[in-house]
Design a protein around this ligand. Sequence first.
Ligand code: FES
Length: 102
Amino acid sequence: MPVATVSALAPGTMKWVVVERERVLIANVDGAFYALRDACGHRQEPLSKGRLEGHVVECPLHFATFDVRTGKLLSGPVAEDVRTYAVQVKDDTVYVKRAPSP
Ligand code: FES
């Protein structure tokens, strides 16, 4: 499903959208788009309220960090990775696949 326009999401920025009643974070890392669940596995804080530095997003609450490309936990008081979604870009539109990637 279409979730954003490329022109509205500059490199180094992120936003949250809703995919199947779930908040999903869309991040533009140097022109490549990534999608992951917009909830930190620690206390469910929206990661979209945090900071994006390169391909690393930092949770605003207790500063766990995740790789937005893979959803992998990098550091912090969390035990689990963040679920990612498949992303496709066509012309000026960013699409997120409804089913989460494994
Ligand atoms: S809620 Fe994200 S690190 Fe605690």
